[in-house]
Design a protein around this ligand. Structure first.
Ligand SMILES: Nc1ncnc2c1ncn2[C@@H]1O[C@H](COP(=O)(O)OP(=O)(O)OP(=O)(O)O)[C@@H](O)[C@H]1O
Ligand SMILES: [Mg+2]
Length: 452
């Protein structure tokens, strides 16, 4: 009987089994068995032959490699990458379906194609589909080669002729060494490992597109993050009117503090450089439930409007829906308002939205969410040029946040007249006292009194 060439390994505890199992018999977790290739055993006579011994080198003697950076042709992407593309690096671009990953990298490929050899490995779309996109984007280049192939071994020899390779997407390519279908965790990991070895040995730069699954784990880019040099996430809603934010979650050659903002247009993705009114609406100050908060996204402070809507629950449990803010955070804040401020929300359906498709991950937006909820419940609009920021504790206290002075400065720059901020941050913001009205608060109840 031929020896099996693959085995299944539990990604939680390392238990191995010759066949796939739904539940790991060792640690008891479900759905964690991942297929892996079994390395063939070396013949006995080779087993003693070790690879050439490597020696430690003193730090001062280590030769510095010249990490020259090449512009991607898109200023915002260069910023996120830490100043440009580093030769021989592996960059993963993850994002929801339809957010514009292929569009972004087609634009990059066409730009690089002006002076370098670029290969676009399209495993998801046919060459004519890519051509159609290029036509829409007004791109053309003889140095840009398209390859429609899903087997990574077949594509491999073409990689060696190129300086830049774009793999669209890692979930659609497969390696022959594994029997599992393309897109499975084992396949994704094995293919990415192969690309990494090529990148490091040949100095070829790879851009890899990955799809994010709901949990971000199964066959998603999460399993790849540790072998990549840079991991970028492309966030945003699928609709064209929304802004898309490119964020680095890992970067071996630069900071992860930067973000890039894009807008999808008929001619492709355009970098947005004016942030002042992106995430604000015209109904501020007129409609109840809208409050603006200065949010620190990446290294940039942006004014973001939070909108809430309430409707009486018709039957059963009240609904809570949230776009751009974690739902659990909304539920906690609703509980704080009910219990600590006596605002009855138990019979209201609550809908919350952060304008422009931005995601507010920071706790500093919590006080603004409370303000928006209180405003919606009372039906009183919040004054147009008032901004609110601060973290809210379960006891109803308002806690200080980071970079408070930067936030107040942004409010000032954008023409806001009044800022409600945590009392603990007041000291850092003293210098703005005569330019803008600062209202320090220590409790949510105090904020509610101040805002109306
Ligand atoms: N003519 C057009 N004008 C404006 N926007 C367009 C046009 N055609 C396509 N789009 C936008 O481009 C998006 C698709 O972009 P793209 O194919 O780059 O996404 P993707 O992230 O690669 O998706 P997938 O996950 O399917 O590969 C669409 O969601 C649409 O918003
Ligand atoms: Mg695509």
């Amino acid at each position: 009987m031929p020896k099996p060439t693959t085995q299944f390994v539990c990604s939680q505890c390392g238990y191995t089994s010759p066949k796939w199992l739904g539940r790991c018999p060792d640690c008891g977790t479900f759905n964690t068995m991942v297929e892996e290739a079994v390395a063939p055993a070396l013949p006995a006579k080779n087993r003693t032959a070790r690879p050439a011994l490597s020696r430690p080198i003193p730090l001062s003697k280590v030769e510095k490699e010249n990490y020259s950076r090449v512009s991607s042709g898109i200023s915002e992407l260069d910023v996120v990458l830490g100043g440009g593309i580093v030769k021989g690096s592996l960059v993963l671009v993850g994002g929801d379906p339809g957010v514009g990953k292929s569009t972004l990298l087609t634009q990059v490929a066409a730009h690089l194609g002006k002076s370098h050899k670029v290969l676009y490995l399209s495993a998801e779309e046919s060459c004519s589909q890519v051509k159609l996109r290029c036509d829409r984007l007004g791109l053309d280049s003889d140095n840009l080669l398209l390859l429609n192939e899903t087997c990574i071994e077949n594509a491999e020899e073409h990689f060696y002729d190129a300086e830049y390779v774009i793999v669209d997407s890692i979930q659609a390519v497969y390696t022959e060494t594994l029997t599992s279908s393309a897109g499975s965790v084992g396949q994704v990991r094995e293919c990415a490992g192969k690309l990494m070895r090529i990148a490091k040995s040949r100095g070829i730069t790879f851009f890899i597109i990955g799809h994010v699954t709901k949990e971000g784990s199964l066959a998603g880019p999460k399993v790849l993050e540790h072998i990549m040099d840079a991991v970028l996430y492309f966030e945003g809603e699928r609709t064209e009117s929304c802004y898309k934010i490119l964020r680095a979650v890992k970067n071996r050659f630069g900071s992860v503090q930067e973000v890039g903002v894009f807008e999808m247009t008929g001619e492709g993705l355009a970098a947005v450089t004016d942030y002042s009114t992106l995430f604000l609406s015209d109904s501020r100050g007129i409609a109840a439930g809208a409050v603006v908060t200065p949010s620190e996204t990446g290294n940039r402070c942006m004014m973001v409007e939070i909108q809430t809507l309430m409707a009486k629950t018709a039957y059963g449990l009240p609904r809570r829906m949230s776009l751009g803010v974690d739902l659990n955070r909304l539920i906690v804040l609703v509980a704080v308002l009910e219990k600590r401020c006596g605002i009855p929300l138990g019979n209201q359906d609550i809908y919350l939205n952060a304008m422009g498709g931005i995601k507010l991950g920071e706790p500093s937006s919590e006080l603004a969410i409370c303000a928006a909820l209180a405003s919606a419940e009372k039906g009183i609009p919040v004054e147009k040029y008032t901004a609110v920021f601060g973290e809210v504790g379960l006891t109803g206290e308002v806690r200080g946040v980071n970079v408070a002075d930067k936030r107040v400065n942004e409010c000032l720059k954008r023409g806001f007249k009044r800022v409600i901020l945590p009392a603990k941050n007041m000291k850092a913001c003293e210098k703005f006292r005569d330019k803008i009205e600062l209202v320090p608060v220590s409790y949510v109840t105090q904020m509610i009194k101040e805002i109306f």
